[in-house]
Unconditional design. Structure first.
Ligand code: SF4
Ligand code: FE
Length: 487
């Protein structure tokens, strides 16, 4: 970052900055000594690195970068506070672009969504209580922007018994909470589950996970910490087929370069200085923070449209390699996949285009449409995946390993009997099938399917928001007027 009007790290600088962190990461029961070069974690780092790489490419500059409203510098859009509807629309387009270039979850959106939600909520808390959170937050934001940092937005608590409020839990640590107030800050304990991209992040921004009442005020806390702060431990989640990344050869991975990851993040009596605390016991704003973060993050599921692009391309290629692309039912399935994928695109563009300015100056998405978009995301990728598997055929799950294909003993048989069209090398057929397997059943299925279901809130969370946001009375009024009902 040589020019002081530009605050953009290169992908290489990002990787180097991660090497300087001293994260406590566990996987398979052991501490990971070298996080950046670990074979299982590295593909996820590669995916985040794309958010840096693209920002330096002239053809993507407009989508990937923005002008900071606090410093006027050119910054990465992932560190930007949306200043217009145009910014919101570009955010959706950026998500699709990155999804299509990585074929997986590129992890950096959660931090962007946390920053934007906090820019509004800190402002609103100050207005009600005369606190100084927004000033603190903007100072922190400037630090994040100037250093082009990846922030992990950490919302989801383990939650224990879902029928009980935080203060009623048998173990109070099941919701992250304040355990001590000191002169210079607070001490917190608890955990955040399913944290996307956690060990690829420089910072971790904690937010409460549900709306809260006064009895739960110790749980209504939001703050940011460097990811390697003492007392923070990361425990990596497993993904289906994850150990294929440890195997020799890369064909069986499906996606050669990229992946995602999630981790449980444990806060064991961690100290947070006051200048990094953005909400402290203002329980009446906890619901607003959850709702605004969730709506932004539901918009962020534009990423799945990009992964859908990859899957559609893979399905069409598999059909061609099989010589089946001209069959009318195959053509129709490809049309259906595109129809569903573009319908998803409509949702993430619409909630952005219908966005508005909040009192803080931040532009916020249309909540109803963001929730409708995410509700569609809980369904359509599953249907797109079903159609891709239909087109791919059963070989998708019976294909022998790359090692067998390369074996001097049986390789010839595999290459002979698993050939599709004579002019297409069997290896290419294997590669495309492995990619479809990766997205619909393997490591990337976490991002494309299960995360589509549960990420940014499970389906029921969106249905509650849809019920709250639609104006049913108005709809009844117009219906009654048209058929002459007077009450
Ligand atoms: Fe971003 Fe999508 Fe990954 Fe969420 S699932 S972090 S929105 S890429
Ligand atoms: Fe997510």
């Amino acid at each position: 970052m040589k020019n002081d009007r530009i605050a953009l790290k290169t992908a290489e600088e990002y990787e180097e900055s991660l090497r300087k962190l001293n994260l406590v990461v566990y996987m398979f029961g052991e501490r990971v000594k070298n996080v950046v070069d670990d074979s299982i974690i590295r593909p996820s780092m590669n995916a985040v690195a794309m958010t840096y790489k693209l920002a330096h490419m002239p053809e993507y500059e407009d989508l990937m970068t923005a002008t900071s409203h606090i410093t006027g510098k050119r910054i990465n859009r992932f560190c930007h506070i949306h200043q217009s509807v145009d910014d919101l629309v570009k955010k959706s387009k950026m998500g699709r672009l990155l999804g299509s270039l990585t074929g997986c979850c590129f992890q950096r959106c959660v931090g962007m969504d946390a920053l934007n939600a906090l820019s509004m909520v800190t402002y609103d808390i100050d207005k009600k209580y005369g606190t100084q959170y927004n000033k603190r937050f903007l100072k922190y934001l400037e630090y994040v922007q100037n250093n082009d940092l990846v922030c992990d937005g950490a919302m989801t608590d383990p939650k224990g018994n879902r029928g009980l409020a935080p203060h009623q839990q048998a173990d109070p640590d099941l919701f992250l909470h304040v355990v001590e107030e000191k002169k210079d800050g607070i001490v917190v304990r608890g955990a955040k589950a399913h944290q996307t991209g956690a060990v690829n992040s420089h910072e971790i921004i904690v937010m409460p996970t549900i709306s809260m009442r006064e009895e739960d005020k110790d749980f209504a806390v939001s703050f940011a910490l460097p990811s390697d702060t003492e007392g923070i431990t990361y425990i990596m989640g497993r993904q289906s087929c994850d150990t294929r990344k440890l195997e020799e050869g890369a064909i069986d991975r499906g996606n050669q370069l990229f992946g995602g990851h999630e981790a449980l993040v444990v806060f064991d009596n961690v100290f947070v200085p006051w200048d990094r605390v953005f909400m402290y016991k203002e329980y009446d704003f906890s619901g607003q923070l959850v709702e605004q973060f969730a709506s932004y993050h539901r918009q962020s599921y534009a990423c799945k449209v990009g992964v859908g692009d990859v899957l559609i391309g893979a399905a069409q290629t598999a059909a061609e390699y099989n010589g089946a692309e001209k069959a009318s039912h195959v053509k129709d399935k490809i049309i259906e996949m595109n129809h569903l994928n573009e319908t998803l695109y409509c949702g993430c563009i619409a909630c952005a285009a219908e966005g508005h300015r909040e009192p803080s100056g931040t532009y916020y998405v249309n909540t109803l449409l963001a929730n409708v978009h995410k509700q569609n995301i809980t369904r359509f990728p599953y249907e797109i995946a079903r159609l891709a598997q239909d087109i791919a055929g059963g070989l998708l799950v019976t294909l022998p390993s790359e090692k067998d294909f390369k074996s001097p003993l049986v390789g010839n048989w595999l290459n002979k009997y698993y050939r599709g069209r004579a002019d297409v090398p069997t290896e290419n057929r294997c590669r495309i099938l492995r990619l479809i397997e990766n997205i619909t059943m393997g490591t990337a299925a976490v991002g494309y399917l299960t995360e589509s279901m549960h990420g940014a809130g499970s389906p029921q969370a969106q249905r509650i928001m849809i019920a709250r946001q639609v104006n049913l009375k108005q709809k009844q009024k117009v219906a009654k007027r048209l058929c002459g009902i007077e009450e």
